[in-house]
Design a protein around this ligand. Structure first.
Ligand code: 5GP
Length: 193
């Protein structure tokens, strides 16, 4: 069992509806030492690929991506879920559906911040249906950049996102993959790799 799986077992709570609550170290209170280890682990796993930018999505991906970015020495670009007045008018945009908010949204990135010269590593906290990750892949493709890979902190393997992404041939590295979890008993089972 790796350091993240141990932490999930110790502090994660399984909610009804297939949601894992990890707000004691990842989604609300942030354990930056743990994120440092996660960043180093992403660097190790993507040692052989070229990366010029890390792309994530607001809001919970930002902390993960920012700390990991220190290990890659590259900037972090985060897709916005709503276009405020300070957003450029020229954007790459892709639709997605939020598993936790039960709502559709558009992920947008300013065109001037991503282009064909970039090699992009997508990072996010969770992978469930794959909607958020696929919206980011769509944005990378619109920009003409190269997709170097996708890194996920916690993949819920019982949901289709991981299989969908692997089937498409994208390189996906998840630090913990949960294959089973049960709200009533609170049990969590990880994929043995
Ligand atoms: P997807 O788009 O793959 O369905 O879901 C990914 C996004 O939904 C992640 O960015 C994450 O914020 C959120 N999410 C999905 N499942 C969970 C979960 O079980 N727990 C938490 N805390 N967030 C989740």
């Amino acid at each position: 069992m790796n350091f993240l799986e141990e932490r999930i077992l110790r502090e994660g709570r399984v909610l009804p509806g297939g949601v894992l609550k990890v707000d004691g170290f990842l989604n609300h209170l942030i354990d930056t030492q743990l994120l440092n280890k996660i960043g180093a682990e992403f660097r190790r796993r993507f040692e052989d690929v070229e990366v010029t930018k890390i792309l994530t999505i607001e809001s919970s991906g930002i902390a993960v991506a920012s700390i990991a970015a220190n290990y890659f020495n590259v900037p972090v670009l985060f897709a916005k879920k709503s276009n405020g007045v300070n957003m450029d008018s020229e954007t790459y945009s892709a639709p997605a559906y939020s598993f936790t908010h039960h709502a559709e949204f558009h992920a947008s990135v300013a065109k001037r911040l991503l282009g064909p010269e970039d090699k992009v590593l997508i990072l996010d906290d969770f992978l469930a249906t794959g909607s958020a990750a696929m919206a980011l892949v769509d944005i990378v493709q619109q920009s003409g950049a190269v997709l170097s890979g996708i890194g996920i902190v916690i993949e819920k393997g019982m949901q289709p996102g991981g299989e969908l992404i692997r089937q498409k041939g994208y390189r996906l590295e998840s630090i913990a993959i949960i294959d089973k979890m049960d709200a009533e008993s609170g049990t969590i089972e990880f994929r043995k790799l």
